[in-house]
Each structure stands twice: as structure tokens, then as C-alpha cells.
Design a protein around this ligand. Structure first.
Ligand code: ADP
Ligand code: MG
Length: 397
């Protein structure tokens, strides 16, 4: 192991750091500490809202949640990574989001309170070792982590699907982000040494082994944050809906764009607006690629899986038009490195990060190539980090 690939934090260290920070913030009296991972999506880009399959991996960095019960119906929340402590009465919780970080855990709290269990008051401190707003879904991580911690504080236990529902209730229902279902599934259903296979049409879940002794997952951050990304994202969602309205006439059994085969999209391309046709080409192609990538991984063919990632990126660049020069540079630089199997933008695009699948041992070469090529072209150094799989939401001790 090299210095550029530091040992992932271990739970006892997370727990210890969180307990010290909790005592400093809220005084003596031990809290219960929980952890939920973030995620990187390796295949199935922009498919969750089209009912397609996705293949994310929960990563070994995430959100820490320390909770101590109170008896006076007060709730206090603070974070070691975001500014601003808040305090409310459980009987007068805000019923609208404020635009601040605590909207996410507040949304979860409101949803948890509708379930059985008893919560007479809480002190909650959040921490974490996941980059925020970088495409690794710190939002799903904090939501699922909070759902686990608050449910435990109320004397209950949480099934993975319940964690998904509470996270979606918070992020979609309270914060008001029209996020897909992939992120909370990836966080709540994770299994170490596996990618999650989630079919977003029927929500069926499977786990596909990814041997961490053979391959490593890296994430490179372009450091570009696009202000207009939400509008461009919503436009893609609307274009896919438009494509489906027309193409469904040719596939009577189809219930979502994922059900329209690539051949049908190609045959009826002239009936679609050019941009709408390109979006449909990406979705149909990506659905087929993601099934093929899963089969390759099941066979142990990580090289074929990597090739599917590169094809995915090309489609995101040419057909879905969500890449940027910066992301293309990172993908091209990664692809030039011996031992790199595949790379593509991850998350929605328009900035943010790329994900790389590489053979174990190629980490230093990858970092050097990404830093050099990116700095030569854009004059700044991208952040490159390496991740392993994670066992999923749990109490720390
Ligand atoms: P991403 O999910 O890609 O990281 P989002 O913008 O969807 O980015 O969610 C990031 C938001 O989640 C932050 O702005 C903050 O409100 C909240 N958040 C995530 N982790 C934490 C944390 N440890 N402490 C406080 N807030 C957090
Ligand atoms: Mg998010």
C-alpha cells in the first residue's frame, strides 16, 4: 500500500472522533453513533428515472451520526462539516425547508416521527469523511444514516427498504430535490465486495461481486461545479418523457423508456426532435450496455466491464450531452494508463467527478496521469481518491 492510497478510516476511529466532538458540542453523556456510506455509480447513467438498471457501489466513506435522547421534547442538531446549530421543539418542527444543510435530517426526523416508536427529544451531531456535493451522494448518506440513528433512538430497527423510503421522503418530499431512487438504494442495500444491481423498474435488487484484491475504484473530481446543472438535468428528464410518449406507440407493452429497444429508437429516430432522439439513443444503448456489463462481471471479465464504462462515457458525451471538457480530459487521461479498465463521468454530469475502475497496483500511475494531464490543460490539480466497498449502514462501537 502506498502513501497516495491511505488506509480507509476504521469504525473505532470514526466513533471515537465523533464522541469527542459530541461531548465538546453537547456536554457529557454518551451518544449512540451510526455510520452510512456514500456511493459511486459505475454503470447505468441517467437510467434510474427511466426505469433502467444501475450498478452503484457503496464506498467506505460516509456520514457519521451521533444521537442522544432527551426527555424535554427539544431537538438540537449540529454538524462538524457544515455551519450552524439548530434547536426546535418536537411540537413545532419547521414544516418547510430553509435551504440550509439541516433540511435533510429534519426531513428524515419528520418522517421517522410518523412511524411507531417513542422519541421524547434528541441531541444529534453529524460528521463525515465523504466529500460533500461532489457526486458521491452525501445527501443520501446523511438521510439513510439519520434514518438509522433516529429509528434506533426510538427503540426500533430499520430494514434497508425502510431506510430508502425515509431517505426519499426527506430528499424528495421535504427538501424538494427530484432525485432518483438509485442513491438511497445504493447506500441502504450495500454489501462489501459487491456492486449493487438495482432494476429501477421493479426495484429488484441483486449483488454482483467485485473483487477488491484485484480492482480498485477511484474518483477524480474536476472541481467544476455547475450552477445551472439542475435546469439541464430537468431538461433531460423532460426530453426522456417526450421520447417515451412517442416511442411507446411502437412498443405497446412499454411502461417506461427503458422498455424501448435500441432498434426501435433507431427505426423511429426521424419522428423525434434531434436532441430528444439523441437522449433516447443514450438511454436504450446504456440499458443494453448495463446488462452486458453485469454479465461480464458475473463471468469475472473486469476488462469488458471497463470497456462498457468507456462506451457509457462516450454516449454521455455525444448523445446525452452532459459531459464537459474537464470530464472528457479526466476520462481520456485515465484511459491512457496501463492497468486502467474503464472510466466515465459519474453522477449527473455538467461538472463534478469521473469514476475509474483500475487494476490494484495502478493507483499511483493513475493519480500521476490525472494530475499531470489535467493541470497541463486546466491549470489546476484534480482531487483523486480511492475507495473500497462498504458493508452499509450500521451502529458504530
Ligand atoms: P451530494 O449528494 O452529491 O454530496 P447534494 O447537494 O445532493 O450533494 O447534498 C449535499 C448536502 O447534504 C449538503 O449541502 C448538506 O446540506 C447535506 N450534508 C451531507 N453530509 C452532511 C454532513 N455530514 N453534515 C451536514 N450536512 C450534510
Ligand atoms: Mg445528492
Amino acid at each position: 500500500m502506498t502513501l497516495s492510497f491511505p488506509r480507509p478510516p476504521i469504525d473505532s476511529e470514526r466513533s471515537e472522533a465523533l464522541r469527542i466532538a459530541f461531548a465538546e458540542r453537547f456536554g457529557p453523556g454518551a451518544p449512540r453513533a451510526h455510520f452510512a456510506p456514500g456511493r459511486a455509480n459505475l454503470m447505468g447513467a441517467h437510467l434510474d428515472y427511466n426505469g433502467g438498471p444501475v450498478m452503484p457501489m457503496a464506498v467506505d466513506r460516509g456520514t457519521w451520526v451521533a444521537v442522544r435522547r432527551r426527555t424535554d421534547r427539544r431537538v438540537r442538531m449540529a454538524s462538524t462539516v457544515e455551519e450552524g446549530e439548530v434547536e426546535w421543539s418536537l411540537d413545532a418542527l419547521p414544516d418547510a425547508p430553509s435551504g440550509r444543510w439541516f433540511d435533510y435530517p429534519l426531513g428524515v426526523l419528520r418522517a421517522v416521527l410518523t412511524r411507531p416508536g417513542e422519541l421524547p427529544g434528541l441531541d444529534v451531531l453529524f460528521g463525515g469523511d465523504l466529500p460533500i456535493g461532489a457526486g458521491l451522494s452525501s445527501s443520501a448518506s446523511i438521510c439513510v444514516g439519520t434514518a438509522h440513528a433516529l429509528t434506533a433512538a426510538a427503540g426500533g430497527e430499520l430494514e434497508p427498504d425502510e431506510g430508502v423510503e425515509l431517505a426519499l421522503a426527506a430528499e424528495r418530499g421535504f427538501v424538494g430535490v427530484q432525485c432518483g431512487i438509485m442513491d438511497p438504494y445504493a447506500v441502504a442495500h450495500s454489501r462489501p465486495g459487491h456492486l449493487l444491481w438495482l432494476d429501477c423498474k421493479d426495484r429488484s435488487v441483486d449483488h454482483v461481486p467485485l473483487d477488491a484484491t484485484q480492482v480498485t475504484v477511484a474518483v477524480a473530481d474536476s472541481l467544476v461545479r455547475r450552477e445551472l446543472a439542475q435546469g439541464a438535468f430537468n431538461e433531460r428528464v423532460a426530453q426522456c418523457a417526450e421520447a417515451f410518449e412517442l416511442l411507446r406507440l411502437h412498443v405497446p407493452a412499454a411502461t417506461c423508456l427503458r422498455d424501448v429497444p435500441l432498434g426501435v429508437v433507431r427505426a423511429h429516430l426521424s419522428e423525434l426532435e434531434p436532441a430528444v432522439g439523441r437522449r433516447a439513443l443514450h438511454v436504450a444503448g446504456e440499458v443494453a450496455r448495463t446488462f452486458e456489463a453485469r454479465d461480464a462481471l458475473v463471468r469475472g471479465d473486469v476488462a469488458a466491464f471497463g470497456s462498457a464504462m468507456l462506451a457509457s462515457h462516450e454516449s454521455l458525451r455525444e448523445q446525452y450531452e452532459v459531459s464537459t471538457d474537464e470530464l472528457d480530459c479526466l476520462v481520456d487521461a485515465a484511459a491512457s494508463v496501463d492497468g486502467v479498465l474503464g472510466s466515465r463521468l459519474t453522477g449527473a454530469g455538467f461538472g463534478g467527478c469521473t469514476v475509474v475502475l483500475l487494476r490494484a497496483g495502478a493507483e499511483d500511475d493513475l493519480r500521476a496521469a490525472l494530475e499531470q494531464r489535467y493541470a497541463a490543460r486546466f491549470g489546476r490539480t484534480p482531487t483523486v481518491a480511492f475507495y473500497r466497498g462498504d458493508p452499509g449502514p450500521r451502529e458504530l462501537d
